[in-house]
Design a protein around this ligand. Structure first.
Ligand SMILES: NC(=O)c1ccc[n+]([C@@H]2O[C@H](COP(=O)([O-])OP(=O)(O)OC[C@H]3O[C@@H](n4cnc5c(N)ncnc54)[C@H](O)[C@@H]3O)[C@@H](O)[C@H]2O)c1
Ligand SMILES: O=C(O)C(=O)C[C@@H](O)[C@H](O)[C@H](O)COP(=O)(O)O
Ligand SMILES: [Zn+2]
Length: 369
């Protein structure tokens, strides 16, 4: 069977215009796409210990073929590496390799690699070019697009970062064949979030045919290209309208206020997408109880989350969740912006006091023993 046609989604936000290439077997085009979007020179590929053995050589060869002097930096895989120590090691590594402002970084991996490599590129020499090469479904549909780059602090998720748009994104869906079923499942949390935000037909499709229905190795590339490109378009529309999250971009945080709390409270034992799915369901339950949300939507989302084998709740206690949640970037003094899905494709930002937020957590998250 021939490879599905590559889809190109164009992002046009105030600080940058770039293309997101979504295709099957396009890892070999990373070099040419990087050359076209960044120019020549040196390229340092930043990746991690799970992804590098699978894809670093192919990407490096493609870059070398396009004329780059290629180097690499590989850090220990996992969310626990998304911290200031790894960031410092990466920055020193870029300096040791003599990269200049004419050179670039390729971020190869899931959201962790994309976030920390993107932040390294944003900081090194006050900013060099970066191309995102996402390899997890989550990174393809979400983290590689839109320019949020960050590390975690002890106090919580993504608490130090920047907005630093890539020059290009190359999403090769054949990389998803090497994901375990568990990792594929985790990524589906953000896909469901996007469906609730802006694609009710996708929510229906996901309920009827969960994306993780089969084995990752048997995924249908044409279907994946379609789903990834639809998700990227949803995110693109929001980022183009509000790059720096002063307004509508906050809606992309649907499920994250509680989700980030669950993730940090688990000490990152739970994946980001699973926490977003649980945070989304908790928030919907609370919002139904408060009369803010159509109960039918909450039921449909819970069914879809369950159908993917993702969690719909948390056993973390309310105080612990609140202690992480109050560091959220949507906080303003004694109040917080929360993202409320009133119905399908009808999502708003609402200001609540911290007391109201605590009530939301109590209403939405499971009763503790
Ligand atoms: N910047 C943003 O806009 C944004 C959006 C969403 C999530 N995020 C961040 O992204 C991170 C979550 O992303 P993630 O789920 O990709 O995490 P991740 O990068 O840790 O990847 C998940 C796991 O999959 C492995 N992996 C990745 N690609 C693989 C492949 N093709 N084959 C086999 N294994 C592979 C990784 O090594 C890791 O073990 C979180 O830190 C989250 O905060 C950022
Ligand atoms: O791109 C955005 O904007 C998002 O909110 C996407 C989220 O899925 C992502 O997890 C993001 O990193 C969360 O941002 P944060 O500002 O709450 O850390
Ligand atoms: Zn997220």
């Amino acid at each position: 069977m021939s490879a599905p046609k590559t889809q190109v989604v164009h992002v046009s936000c105030p600080s940058m215009d770039y293309d997101v290439h979504v295709g099957a077997g396009i890892l070999s085009e990373v070099g040419a796409i990087t050359r076209e979007s960044c120019g020549g020179g040196r390229c340092c590929v930043i990746s991690e210990t799970n992804v590098a053995p699978l894809y670093l050589e192919r990407v490096s060869q493609s870059l070398a073929k396009a004329g780059y002097e290629v180097s690499s930096l590989v850090f220990e895989a996992g969310e626990k590496s998304k911290n200031v120590r790894t960031l410092s090691w990466l920055l020193e590594g870029l300096a040791e390799r003599g990269l200049t402002r004419d050179d670039c970084v390729a971020a190869l991996g899931g959201g962790v690699a994309g976030d920390i490599a993107g932040l390294s590129a944003a900081m090194y020499l006050r900013g060099i070019k970066v191309v995102q090469v996402p390899t997890s479904l989550l990174a393809m549909v979400d983290s590689s697009v839109g320019g949020k780059v960050a590390i975690d602090l002890e106090a919580g998720k993504n608490l130090a970062g920047a907005f630093w748009q890539p020059r290009a994104v190359v999403a090769d869906v054949t990389c998803l064949h090497s994901l375990s079923h568990e990792l594929l499942t985790d990524s589906c949390g953000e896909v469901i979030k996007h469906a609730v935000l802006a694609d009710d037909a996708l929510l229906e499709e996901l309920c009827a045919r969960p994306l993780n229905g089969g084995d990752a190795a048997e995924l249908d590339d044409a279907h994946l290209v379609d789903v990834v490109a639809r998700n990227v378009s949803i995110k693109r529309d929001v980022v183009d309208a509000d790059e720096q999250e002063h307004g509508v971009r906050q809606t992309l945080n649907l499920g994250h206020t509680i989700g980030h709390g669950i993730e940090a409270a688990s000490d990152f034992a739970l994946g980001h997408g699973s926490c977003v799915a649980a945070g989304l369901c908790c928030m919907l339950r609370a919002c139904v109880a408060l009369g803010w949300t159509d109960p039918a939507l909450a039921q449909r989302v819970e069914r879809c989350v369950e159908a993917h084998g993702l969690p719909t709740d948390t056993q973390e206690d309310h105080q612990t969740l609140m202690s992480y949640m109050t560091h959220d970037k949507k906080r303003h003094g004694d109040s917080m912006n929360v993202v409320v899905a009133r119905g399908a494709e009808d999502v708003v930002v609402r200001r609540v006091s911290l007391d109201e937020l605590a009530r939301i957590v109590e209403l939405g998250c499971g009763t503790k023993e």
